[in-house]
Design a protein around this ligand. Sequence first.
Ligand SMILES: [Zn+2]
Length: 356
Amino acid sequence: MADINFGLLKQLCETPGIPGREEPIRRLVADAMRPLVGEVAVDALGNVIGRRPGRSSCRVMLAAHMDEIGFMVKHIDDKGFVRILPMGGWDPRNVVSQRVYVHTRSGESLLGAVMPGVKPIHMQKPEDANKPPTIDELFVDLGLPADEVKARLEIGDPVTMARTAEIVGGNVMSKTLDARVAVFVMLEALRVVGDHEAEVLAVATTQEEVGTRGALVAAHDLQPTVGVAIDTTLANDYPGPADYDAVTRLGSGVGIKILDSSLICNPQLVRHFRDLAEANNISHQMEILPRGGTDAGAIQRSRGPVPSITLSVPSRYVHTVNEMASLKDIEAAIQLLTVYLRHAHEGRYGFEADLG
Ligand SMILES: [Zn+2]
């Protein structure tokens, strides 16, 4: 097993924080980041920002999003069953029969089951089967009488999946690796980086899963000269998807993104990361993601143009409760980010040379 601080990663994965309601994870991340940067700030969108001063004009913004896909309570019926609004991209097939926590204003986390309103298999006709429900058709059963549900819950209460992070083979399997494993990578790189010339602005961003909103405003405020998002990406290397649609493969190293549908990474920045990975024997793979975006897309266009890139931790089964990432890939991501921060001030990513 790679030598990683699994205790911290597990805590990060298991702490709730849907988009816009990141309070619990924000407290944890701020506490974990503070000793690594001196002091942390929080902005009005809830981004946690740690600053490590530098000696050059290079200002690197790191962005790892701390929000998780989840749900919000949108309706409680007369029998006490709860309807939920998805916050982020859920495939309903991965939601049916899961257990969730509803987080109430008094600080309780009530366990419930997300179920479809269908007859049990014993009573189904053949034509009833094989029709996947929509999220609207699902409800949460908290096992409580209606008056108690109405007294304890409010419309807008956050709902998160009830799952723990576990080691499975050489991997971690958990809900919310997207993108808590990226927050973990950012924190661990800050822990080991030591001296660096560039100023480092480490941001645990909010509301990524509903459209990279936290990163957009943080980058506008911080005015970085380089943007580096860290996130998970697809590892479609399991039965089903075609081999050419794999995007990345589990255990084949940290992903260096060339493009996704939110940005074309600055080619010189891509080259810089690639050269550093090769020179330092860090296991890596090049990534092209046809659909999907990251905070780097927001940073790149936040104010003025910012050369930007994403470092990816390959993950199977993204946006399910069984996201799976290789410990070796996580380790490689920490190494590459650390090496980059030590060399960031050497980077030249402008296009002036093309003017002749
Ligand atoms: Zn996501």
